[in-house]
Design a protein around this ligand. Sequence first.
Ligand code: 13P
Length: 333
Amino acid sequence: MSEAILQDTARALVAEGKGILAADESTGTIQKRLDSIQVECTEANRRDYRELLFTTPGLGEHISGVILFDETLRQNAADGTPLVKVLQDASIIPGIKVDQGAKPLAGHPDETVTEGLDGLRERLEEYAALGARFAKWRAVYRIGEVTPSPAGITANAHALARYAALSQEAGLVPIVEPEVLMDGDHDIEDCELVTEEALRTVFGELAVQDVLLEGMLLKPNMVISGADCAEQADVEEVAERTLRCLLRCVPAAMPGIVFLSGGQRDEVATRHLDAMNRHPAVKPWRLSFSYGRALQAAPLKAWGGKAANAAAAQAALMERASANGAATRGQYA
Ligand code: 13P
């Protein structure tokens, strides 16, 4: 497989001023999002919502790629155009979520391991034929009294590395997503320690599986205070600690880091990214975004399931996309 293709795609996904829109909610998750605006979770409504996002005029100015769910990769817009083509025509690279969810880890209460390796080679081949050029797999780590355990850390890292190797074999750029959840009352120090441990293990496994660093992207959490922690670290501390953690763990050969938003308020997620890009530290990789909720919360609310609100919803998406685009340059006002 041509390493050059993987490298070109990876670099294009973190092109100057651009980031990724995560729209790969599984059926259960998109149901929650649509419930929040009292819209029934039918296939047609899921399609209408995603079509609305993808047809936002000018979206490709700030969005390099969109992560899709299996259903969406196969869906057509209302006029019959495949949604993949809608994206391609907007100069946006289609990607696909390929994991099959976080399942309970045997013998380890409160921990999960992400599944989906069985049959993955064949699924990747099909996804590539349908137009996907990158793939995503999310591992989840919950900070608790005794979690994440070495078992949870190693099992998830191993699966991420196996998935990444298979993706590259199929010509798809893997986006490796180890997410330390912000749920809980832990402080930012705990988040930094756990994130560091998770990342070190992931990059160790990626090396064992011979994953090409130049042809992949990392999608990590930021180092932040637990959502229920009494003391919330400010933007500068988040930027400082996140950069320190990444500089210690992430090889310079990798072209980019695209953060998840993880439940941060949209504006806060933008300010954190901006602060990291403003920071004087020398960064060997592009620092960008692959936000789901932090890009979609505003348009989802503005839409409310009503066709008459489509333009307002697209304007809301464009506002967040453009703000985050500015943040990748450290130029968010
Ligand atoms: P959030 O930005 O909402 O965390 O979603 C990103 C994502 O793709 C999670 O897997």
